[in-house]
Design a protein around this ligand. Sequence first.
Ligand code: ZN
Length: 200
Amino acid sequence: MDLLLPRRCAGCGSPGDHLCPRCRQALRIPPQRIHTRIDPHVPVWSLGPYAGTRRRIILSMKEHRHLEVRRLLGPVLVASVAHLQARGELVDAPVLVPAPTRATSARIRGGDPVSDVCVATGLPVSVALRHGRRVVDQVGLGVGDRRRNLSGALELRRRPAGPVLLVDDVATTGSTLAASAEALFAAGCDVVGALVICHA
Ligand SMILES: [Zn+2]
């Protein structure tokens, strides 16, 4: 396939690698606590603002079916989890639970990118949540509409075996993380935090 479609960096478009050394540097920032407008009632950590290289990487992993980038982001998440554990902010053996994607979005994108990134970490993963009823795409909705759109919309497919670390690609208002934590808490699960690749 490389002969037909030359490899380009997902961050800057330069030919040669799926993610060039310079763009990998942009993913080296340690996770920082952020505060979203809708509070998921668990600590939220982000690897940096949704801008520049990180934004382009997210867009290509989501919209351009850049499956290789999802695999490369696995170790980035592993490093972040280890960093939080070393700082004493995160428990030893969390189960990664990807924030759910609407099924139609996932089909268009060639599988759910966040689940793929979680699986690429090699850490325990439980695809525990799904949309229980129809929800509209969150893009373009305000804070209140996002909360209403997702409130009570998520259901548990299976119970994660252990403390849960929610994972998502981009945190904007925090509505998806809040709805996810709410569904897990309601089922008696222990949610210890949320880790996002970027925050907008
Ligand atoms: Zn690059």
